[in-house]
Design a protein around this ligand. Structure first.
Ligand SMILES: *Cc1c(COP(=O)(O)O)cnc(C)c1O
Length: 408
C-alpha cells in the first residue's frame, strides 16, 4: 500500500484497536458545544486588508499585520537576497553554529531602535517572554502581574517557579499594595503588557515604573502589540510614555507590526549577556532563518524611513473607531488599532463571527480561556493596508449583522 500523508494514513484510522487518546475527543466535543472551539480559517494568499480565507475574499480584521509589512517590497527583496547568499536555514542553535552576522546585525539595530544597550532575538515573542522570565527568576522570587497579561508571561512565571501575585487589570494601587506587603530584600518582577492584546488598551506603564522604583522591583514591559504602532517611529509604549531608562526588560515581537517572525528582549548589556547564556529557547532551539533576519532588518529601515505608514495606520484606526462608535456596540476601553466588539456569551461571539464571515468580513470570535468568561467578543484589528471603503464596509456589516443577532 502506498504511503499516505498523516491524516489519510490507514495507521491512524479510527479502527485502531486501542486508542488511549480517546478522552481528547470528549474534550473537543465539549469545547465545541460551549462554542469555545476556535474555527481555524485558512489563508490562501498574501496577508492583507482584504485577503482570501477559506477560499473567499473578505475584509480582514483579524491580522496583526498592522503596517502591511508582510508584503512590503523592501522586506521581500531583502529576504530573497538573504536566501541567495545564506540559504534557507541556519543548521544550528545560536550558541553552537547558528549565529550569523545577520542575527547580530538585527540585534544591534533593535537595541538602537529601542534605545537600550543591547538586544537578543528569540524564535518568537512567546519564547522571548517565557525564556526570559524563567531564566532571570527562581522559586524564591515573586512576580507581580496584571491579570490580563499574555499567556507567555504566565508560562514564564510557571517555569521559573516564582510565586505569582496577580493584580486586577491596570490597578496600580493594588499592585503597589502587593509590592509593599512583600518582605524587605524580596526580589520581585513587576510586569505589564504595553498594549493588551484582547482589549487594545494601554498598560499604565509610567505609574508602574514609579511603584517599581519605590519598591526596588525589576520593571518589565511586553510591547508585542505596541512595537511599530505606539511611540516615535513605532518604538513602543516605553517610548510613548517617555520611560526610557526606567524599564529593565523590554520584550517585543517581530511577528506583528514588523511583519516577519520572532521576538526579542531589549535591555542592559548585562541582562542580554545573561540571557545568551541562560535562556533555554535561545540555547536549545535552532536560530531564525536568514530570510527572517534580513526582512526584519529591512522592516526597521521602513519604520525609520517611511513613518507615513504608521500615520496611515492611525488614520484608519480613527476612521474605523468613529464608525463603530456610532453603532452602539460595547467596544471596551481600546486606545489603538485593536477594538473588541464585546457580546458576552461565547457561543454568540462565534455565531457573530461566522455570520460576519458569510457577509465578507473576517473578525475572529474569542471566548474563554483567551478572554474572561462572560466577556466573549469578536476582535477587530485595523491596519495601514485597509482602504477606507473596506473599513466602511466592515462597520456597516458589523452593524447589520449585530442587529440581526440582537446584539445592538
Ligand atoms: C502576540 C504576543 C506575544 C507572542 O508573540 P509571538 O511573536 O507571536 O510569539 C507575546 N506577548 C503579547 C502581549 C502578545 O500579544
Amino acid at each position: 500500500m502506498a504511503l499516505e500523508p498523516a491524516n489519510g494514513s490507514p495507521l491512524y484510522s479510527p479502527t485502531m484497536s486501542f486508542d488511549p487518546l480517546r478522552y481528547l475527543g470528549a474534550e473537543l466535543q465539549s469545547l465545541r458545544e460551549q462554542g469555545a472551539a476556535l474555527d481555524i480559517r485558512v489563508l490562501g494568499g498574501p496577508q492583507g486588508g482584504r485577503a482570501i480565507f477559506d477560499g473567499r475574499s473578505v475584509v480582514n480584521l483579524s491580522s496583526n499585520n498592522y503596517l502591511g509589512l508582510t508584503t512590503h517590497p523592501k522586506l521581500k527583496a531583502r529576504a530573497l537576497e538573504a536566501v541567495e547568499r545564506y540559504g534557507v536555514g541556519t543548521g544550528s542553535v545560536r550558541p553552537i553554529a547558528g549565529t550569523m552576522d545577520l542575527h547580530e546585525e538585527l540585534e544591534r539595530r533593535l537595541a538602537a531602535f529601542k534605545q537600550t544597550e543591547a538586544a537578543v532575538v528569540f524564535q518568537s515573542g512567546f519564547t522571548a517572554n517565557a525564556g526570559t522570565v524563567s531564566s532571570i527568576l527562581t522559586r524564591e522570587d515573586v512576580v507581580v502581574s496584571d491579570e490580563l497579561n499574555h499567556a507567555s508571561i504566565i508560562d514564564g512565571c510557571r517555569l521559573s517557579r516564582a510565586a505569582i501575585k496577580v493584580f486586577p487589570h491596570k490597578d496600580v494601587g493594588a499592585a503597589r499594595a502587593i509590592l509593599r506587603a512583600l518582605p524587605a530584600g524580596q526580589r520581585k518582577l513587576l510586569i505589564t503588557d504595553g498594549v493588551f492584546s484582547m482589549d487594545g488598551d494601554l498598560g499604565p506603564v509610567a505609574a508602574l515604573c514609579e511603584i517599581a522604583e519605590e519598591s526596588g522591583a525589576i520593571m518589565m514591559v511586553d510591547d508585542a502589540h505596541a512595537s511599530g504602532v505606539f511611540g516615535r517611529n513605532g518604538r513602543g509604549t516605553v517610548d510613548h510614555f517617555g520611560m526610557h531608562g526606567r524599564v529593565h526588560v523590554q520584550v517585543g515581537t517581530l511577528s506583528k507590526a514588523i511583519g516577519t517572525l520572532g521576538g526579542y528582549v531589549a535591555g542592559s548589556r548585562t541582562l542580554i549577556d545573561y540571557l545568551r547564556q541562560r535562556a533555554r529557547p535561545f540555547i536549545f532551539s535552532t536560530s531564525h532563518t536568514p530570510a527572517v533576519m534580513a526582512a526584519s532588518i529591512a522592516a526597521l529601515d521602513v519604520l525609520l524611513e517611511e513613518p507615513d505608514i504608521i500615520e496611515r495606520l492611525w488614520e484608519n484606526t480613527r476612521f474605523f473607531k468613529a464608525g463603530l462608535r456610532a453603532t452602539g456596540f460595547d467596544t471596551g476601553a481600546s486606545e489603538g488599532p485593536i477594538t473588541p466588539v464585546i457580546v458576552g456569551d461565547a457561543a454568540l461571539a462565534q455565531r457573530f463571527s461566522a455570520r460576519l464571515f458569510e457577509e465578507g468580513v473576517f473578525a475572529q470570535g474569542m471566548g474563554f480561556p483567551i478572554v474572561p468568561k462572560g466577556k466573549a467578543r469578536v476582535r477587530t484589528i485595523v491596519t495601514a493596508g485597509h482602504a477606507k471603503d473596506e473599513l466602511q464596509y466592515a462597520v456597516d456589516t458589523l452593524e447589520r449583522v449585530g442587529k440581526e443577532l440582537g446584539i445592538v
